[in-house]
Structures are given as C-alpha cells and as structure tokens.
Design a protein around this ligand. Structure first.
Ligand SMILES: [Zn+2]
Length: 323
C-alpha cells in the first residue's frame, strides 16, 4: 500500500505528505473515523514512506517490502481486534520503543482500535506520549475517539477521516469491480463508504443475496406462520452478517418510504428491484412502513445485547409481517 494507491482522503494524504517533505512529523497521530474506510491503509502507507530507503514509500526497496509483508522490525502493531488492550501490551510496546531502531532511524507503533484501552493501559500510554523519545512515532486508529482520554487525544495530532461520498465510492467500485452503474450504486449505498465492506464478503451479500432476502421478506404475511419461521431459520444461520442483513431490510423499507414521499428515484438503494418496490408502494401505508422499520430497529437493539437470536428474529419477522 502506497500513498498513490489510496483512493480518496486527499486532505489527510496531503497533510501527511507535507509533514514528510518538511521533516515535521508529529510524535503521535490519531486517525479517527468509521471502520473500513481506509485509516489503516493510510497509516501503513505513512509508515512505509517514513521507513523506505528512498524516502517515498517506493514499494520496491527491502524496507518497503518488509512493511508489505508485515515483518519490518521497526514497526510494532497492536491490534485490539475488538478486545480490551491491556497494560501488559502497552508495556511490551514501551520496551520495544525504548530500543534503538533495527534498520532505519525510526520506530513506528500502530495501535488499531485505540478506543479499547483499559484505564491502566491508557495511563501507561499517556506516559509515553508525555515523554516522547526522539525517532519514535505512535499512530492511534479509532472509530470512537470520544472514548479516549482527553489527555491522550490532546497529545496527538488529530486527523479525522470521513466516509467517501456515495457517488465517489460508486464510481470507484464500478471501475475496480467492473460493475454496471446500478450494481455499483447499490454496493456503494449499502457499504456506507466502507471499502472493507464493499470489497469483502459483503459484496455477494449486497448484490446477489440481497434480492432473494428482500423477496422473502416482502412475501411474508401475518397469516403465514410457517414461512415466517423458516425464514427465521435461514437468517439465524447468517450469524456474522446479521446486522448487514438488517441494514438491507432497512434500506428496502426506506426506499418504499422515500417513494411514498415522492423522493426522486436516484435516492433509492434497490434500483434493481423497481418492479417489486413499485408494487409494494401501491399496497402499503406510511404507518405500516414505520411499524416495520421499528420492528427491525427493536431486533437490532436486542441482538446487540445478545438475547436469544432465534427468538429475536422470529419476533422481528412476525412484527414486520403484521405491521
Ligand atoms: Zn521503499
């Protein structure tokens, strides 16, 4: 990953490139913003440019290659993977940073998921930030910067990242994945500016599976218990993608609501299901759509709190069908 291959985020890219050019690298940065939009790619490109033997993150020198293969001895990566970052992990990192760089002049530490620090770990890191060692750089990545100690935030140069606008993402996806305009727009809308989502396993979900799921959902009726239960069965097996499926259902009912309010078709997500959408708009009311959206929201709330998944899905589908 080099700066050139990063799509979008030009402002952030330019700030970092200027810092490199002027040899004015801060001791610590905080890259904040939603997951999957490219913060980590930017951090790696930045690290690479700083460690590169030709000084520009060429991608070919031994240092760049080591960064690409995640085995550069002067980069320490701490990945929370959604779990708490403990004080021992920060101590480890401090020990590592206190040693001289193995290859270049700099040691770089990347902490992904910085909102996951325990109090002890946060306080330990604060010490390092308060007494920065020359030649060390700490990059914190977080989707919830508000959860960090203010004292940590204030010692970092803050670089906020935002989602790419839908039309920009759609254009890029159309080129990268060779998709037609409709599919690219659907994928961009459902990925909410997240490349990780658009290019990962969700691509198939958003493009192919979505149509089937929406058809099954809109075929449910309050009198038909068996199809409702068998659809709940099917959804229950989609443990990993369940929240993304709820997003799909919500986007569908939002499309219907938008049409009810005479919004232009360009604002809709499910552009490939216009026949179904048009027929549903005819037969449904705004109150019913709001009821269905409420049922989806309630299910999301309960699923986030680890209630019985099967039960939550059954209740959700029955409420959607009855609304
Ligand atoms: Zn290089």
């Amino acid at each position: 990953m080099t700066f050139d291959s990063i799509i979008g985020h030009d402002r952030q890219k330019n700030i970092l490139l200027r810092a490199i050019e002027r040899h004015r690298i801060a001791h610590a940065y905080l890259f904040s913003g939603p997951d999957g939009i490219g913060k980590r790619l930017m951090a790696v490109a930045f690290a690479k440019a700083l460690l590169c033997q030709t000084g520009n993150g060429c991608g070919h020198c031994p240092a760049c290659r080591k960064v690409d293969h995640s085995n550069h001895p002067d980069i320490h990566i701490l990945d929370s993977n959604g779990a708490a970052i403990k004080i021992e992990q920060v101590r480890n990192l401090q020990r590592d940073l206190s040693l001289r760089p193995h290859e270049g002049e700099r040691k770089i530490c990347l902490i992904d998921g910085a909102e996951q620090f325990t109090t002890g770990a946060a306080n330990a890191l604060l010490k390092t930030l308060e007494e920065p060692q020359p030649g060390t750089l700490i990059i914190l990545l977080s989707n919830r910067p508000d959860k960090l100690l203010t004292t940590i935030r204030s010692r970092c140069q803050n670089l906020p990242f935002s989602r790419l606008p839908k039309h920009v993402l759609a254009t890029i996806l159309a080129q990268k994945l060779e998709l037609n305009e409709t599919d690219a727009t659907i994928l961009a809308a459902l990925s909410e500016g997240s490349f990780k989502k658009a290019l990962g396993p969700n691509r198939e979900l958003y493009l192919e599976k979505r149509r089937k799921l929406i058809q099954s959902l809109s075929a449910l009726s309050s009198g038909s218990i068996i199809p409702t239960f068998s659809f709940a069965d099917e959804l229950e097996t989609e443990k990993e993608l369940l929240f993304d499926i709820l997003d799909i259902f919500q986007a569908f009912y939002r499309d219907l609501l938008l049409l009810k309010y005479n919004s232009p078709t360009e604002e809709l997500v499910n552009l490939d299901l216009m026949d179904l959408i048009n027929s549903q708009v005819e037969t449904t009311t705004i109150t019913s759509l709001l009821g269905k959206l409420k049922a989806l929201e309630a299910a999301r709330y309960h699923l986030q709190r680890n209630v019985n998944r099967r039960l939550a899905l059954e209740v959700m589908l029955m409420r959607v069908a009855a609304a």
